[in-house]
Design a protein around this ligand. Structure first.
Ligand code: RB5
Length: 146
């Protein structure tokens, strides 16, 4: 899978570890995040990854900031993006099965690297269930079009 990854300064170290983990799993990683430790603005990177996912330049997006919150809020402003913040694998799995989430976010100040890897592995290996969930996901898209 081709995965766009984005981060602010808080997520830099975890971004590097997760990018390496993704490559070990055989995924292609496109880096949209900062590689500097200087303080920067998370909306920039949430938007970049959101746009890449919406345009189909990458299959899915992964975002890391201090909490996962701000960067996911920015990504969710992009038409077609369904970004979710997950701090454990159960919501990561359900966000794929029920919500067809196309961007995953988490916080480097909230989860440790082992938990982050479990979240990523679960999220990427879980399929959308469709069926009754599709109608609800379509309803979310309808809101964007109003
Ligand atoms: C940066 O200090 C921090 O606010 C940011 O990484 C993120 O947690 C925002 O939601």
């Amino acid at each position: 899978m081709k995965i766009g990854i984005g981060n602010d300064h808080s997520g830099l170290q975890m971004k590097q570890q997760i990018a390496e983990f993704l490559q070990e799993m055989g995924h292609e990683v496109v880096n949209y995040g900062t590689d500097e430790s200087a303080r920067c603005d998370y909306p920039v990177y949430g938007e970049k990854v959101g746009r890449a996912v919406a345009a189909g330049d990458v299959d899915k997006g992964i975002l890391i900031c201090g909490t996962g919150l701000g960067i996911s809020l920015a990504a969710n402003k992009i038409h077609g993006v369904r970004a979710v913040v997950c701090s454990e694998p159960c919501t990561a799995r359900l966000s794929r099965q029920h919500n067809d989430a196309n961007v995953l976010a988490f916080g480097a100040r909230i989860v440790g690297i082992q938990m982050a890897k479990m979240i990523v592995e679960t999220w990427l290996s879980t399929e959308f269930e469709g069926g009754r969930h599709k109608r609800r996901v379509d309803m979310i898209a309808d809101i964007e079009n109003k």
